[in-house]
Design a binder for this molecule. Structure first.
Ligand SMILES: Cc1cc2nc3c(=O)[nH]c(=O)nc-3n(C[C@H](O)[C@H](O)[C@H](O)COP(=O)(O)OP(=O)(O)OC[C@H]3O[C@@H](n4cnc5c(N)ncnc54)[C@H](O)[C@@H]3O)c2cc1C
Length: 310
């Protein structure tokens, strides 16, 4: 119930203006978001690299409504890739197709994404296409299979979500394609017709898909903070003779930092997803939906601040 409410709020962009002005919301966001600028993101990734952890930088923002917004996002990614190379950091980037203009003009979106992957490839880097709501799953996977993967091979990778009923088949398709996959559980509010409503099914599907990816895919990203699933991955890899260098664990900035560091100390490859930029509201709401403990505190503070202002 709380999760559904927060995920609904994450899609109400008009609330953002109000939330952005709230001091506590900004402080809470700073736990999950590296900062509003490329420089802040690069500073965060240097701190991660210093303890042997790689990063993937994500410029926050989705569902842009104009060509100029989409191009501005593209330019920030190009600048980010240059900054990563300039400082010699171990990092790649993650992006969302709706931020590149998917909803307004597919050709513009492809043009923008091509420019980013071409630069990443020339810098020896990589671009991960994040997965958004199920309304975009088919389009994203078609674009990936028909255009991006044939043109750029493994300089680009995709994300699959274990809460979707279709994902087991998508895992097989991506393995057959030789694609580089990040597997996550899925962060959006989805109808039961397309996604498993029961968390046990989501987790069981995660384990099934993960085992297939570990066994047969090219360098899968195991993106979860679920300690039981991580223990299972380690055990499965050990029993199957899969060396730790053949996959990586991926976690979110500010979430389970203890786990990030202990995995690294155990010798696993670890990559942290580092979001930055001013459009942090939907991202923050999705993170709160995953862990409602902070919500009462946040809402209480917002109500108090608004009463003070009125
Ligand atoms: C690197 C990375 C990339 C991702 N990319 C995408 C994407 O492209 N598309 C997409 O839909 N989703 C993406 N996600 C989000 C993902 O789908 C889940 O919503 C999120 O990771 C929470 O699920 P979980 O696997 O950690 O398991 P859960 O079962 O939700 O959580 C397991 C445990 O992790 C801890 N935990 C989880 N979330 C939090 C939090 N916010 N704060 C504090 N503790 C927490 C808690 O201890 C919890 O008990 C990504 C996640 C990661 C790690």
């Amino acid at each position: 119930m709380i999760r559904a409410g927060l995920l609904w709020l994450s899609e109400q962009s008009r609330i953002f203006g109000f939330i952005r002005g709230n001091g506590l919301a900004r402080r809470l966001a700073s736990r999950f978001v590296a900062g509003e600028t490329v420089e802040a993101a690069v500073a965060a990734l240097k701190r991660l690299n210093a303890v042997g952890i790689s990063a993937s930088l994500d410029l926050l923002g989705e569902s842009v409504t104009s060509h100029s917004e989409a191009r501005a996002a593209r330019d920030t990614y190009l600048e980010t890739l240059d900054r990563i190379r300039h400082v010699g950091a171990d990092a790649n980037v993650s992006l969302k197709l709706t931020q590149m203009g998917l909803e307004i003009d597919e050709r513009l979106c492809v043009e923008n994404v091509r420019a980013i992957i071409a630069k990443a490839r020339s810098h020896g880097s990589f671009v991960r296409i994040d997965m958004e709501q199920s309304a975009y799953t088919e389009k994203t996977l078609q674009l990936f299979k028909r255009t991006l993967h044939p043109e750029f091979a493994n300089a680009v990778g995709v994300v699959l979500q274990s809460y979707l009923r279709r994902t087991e088949q998508d895992v097989e398709d991506m393995i057959a394609l030789g694609a580089c996959v990040r597997l996550c559980k899925g962060a959006y509010q989805e109808p039961a017709t397309v996604a498993f409503p029961d968390k046990h099914d989501v987790d069981a599907n995660y384990v099934r898909c993960m085992e297939r990816l570990l066994e047969r895919a090219d360098y899968p990203g195991i993106a979860t903070h679920d300690a039981r699933i991580i223990a299972h991955a380690k055990d499965f890899a050990r029993r199957s003779g899969i060396a730790p260098r053949r996959f990586e664990f991926q976690l979110l900035y500010g979430v389970r930092r203890d786990l990030q560091q202990s995995l690294r100390r155990e010798g696993y490859n670890v990559r942290v997803y580092v979001p930055f930029g001013s459009h942090w509201y939907p991202y923050l709401m999705r993170r709160l939906a995953e862990r409602p403990a902070n919500i009462a505190f946040l809402l209480g503070n917002i109500v108090r601040e608004s009463l003070r202002r009125s």
